[in-house]
Write a protein that binds this ligand. Structure first.
Ligand code: GLU
Length: 296
């Protein structure tokens, strides 16, 4: 009798790194968590390179990501997906949101926002200060006059969007049923000033396009899911299940990052570190001194 590996094609998981820097231990943990979630269940695992930040994405980071993942023993189904090759579909989705009257141009600059923050202060959200909706109050004439002359981004009018969709829910496998609360992040940017599309729109469009059924990612993106759920409802996209896993943090409770001195995987790989040892320790939640998992 021949044995067969059962591969369920109807469940799809992905890892979606942004090539804006070298991967470190935190990325390795996230990649392994998503990979194991897929493979332990005989499921499909995709690799999507989120290279939409034109200023920060670099080809050498992409090459390093592919080499680091292979070194860790992580393989993926099909071709690597690149968001930079899908800009038309994001433009189309943004156009639909504009046609629905849900995006408004925002002319605020970093320095004008800083000045307001210093005098009035902003409401703080989980990812930083919440945009105080200054440009949502501009009248049509002012917008018409400024739009051709001033750099601007486009923001989602979350209140208006929610009026349209009504209450929404989504499911997190670790925290259970969630009522979507997109206001926690405020009127997020959908089309940045100097990039073709924001993370929020691109990831939402792509999770649907790639047939992702289970979004397995770090809990630092938990709040973003409220926005993604809203965008799914507005664009008529399917709603995946979510697994927001704990992330690696340092002694101060901050997420690991290269700038905080966490060694890159590339450095470890080139220094001849043993990838089997590394992945087996990560899988058993054994981390270097000073590194722990965030609380869920
Ligand atoms: N590209 C995002 C990042 O590197 C992750 C996207 C996601 O998993 O939703 O932080």
């Amino acid at each position: 009798m021949t044995s067969r590996v059962y591969v369920s094609q109807d469940v799809v998981v992905r890892f979606a790194p942004s090539p804006n820097g070298w991967l470190h231990l935190g990325h390795a943990y996230a990649a392994l968590t998503a990979y194991d979630y897929a493979r332990e269940r005989g499921r499909k695992f995709l690799l999507r390179i989120e290279d939409i930040d034109l200023g920060r994405s670099r080809p050498e980071f992409v090459d390093a990501i592919l080499a680091d993942l292979r070194w860790l023993g992580i393989d993926w189904d099909g071709e690597v997906i690149y968001q930079s090759q899908r800009l038309d579909s994001y433009g189309e989705a943004a156009g639909r949101l504009k046609d629905m009257g849900l995006l408004y141009p925002c002319f605020c600059t970093r320095s004008s926002l800083q000045a307001i923050q210093q005098t009035k202060g902003f409401r703080q959200g989980p990812d930083g200060p919440i945009y105080p909706r200054i440009c949502s109050h501009l009248d049509k004439d002012e917008v018409a006059q400024r739009i051709g002359n001033e750099p601007h981004c486009w923001r989602l009018d979350v209140e208006k969007a929610l009026d349209l969709t009504g209450a929404l829910t989504w499911h997190d496998d670790l925290r259970g049923e969630q009522v979507a609360d997109p206001a926690v992040l405020g009127d997020v940017i959908i089309i940045p000033k100097d990039n073709p599309v924001s993370y929020h729109l691109a990831v939402t469009v792509d999770d649907a396009r790639d047939g992702i059924t289970h979004v397995v990612r770090g809990q630092d993106l938990f709040a973003s899911t409220h926005i993604h759920r809203l965008l799914q409802a507005l664009l008529g996209l399917p709603v995946p299940r979510y697994v927001h896993h704990p992330v690696l943090v340092d002694e101060t409770g901050s997420k690991l990052s290269k700038s905080r001195g966490s060694a890159s995987l590339t450095l470890l790989r080139e220094a001849g570190a043993n990838p089997y040892m590394l992945t087996s320790r990560l899988r058993k939640n054994i981390f270097p001194v000073g590194i722990t998992l965030s609380k869920v």
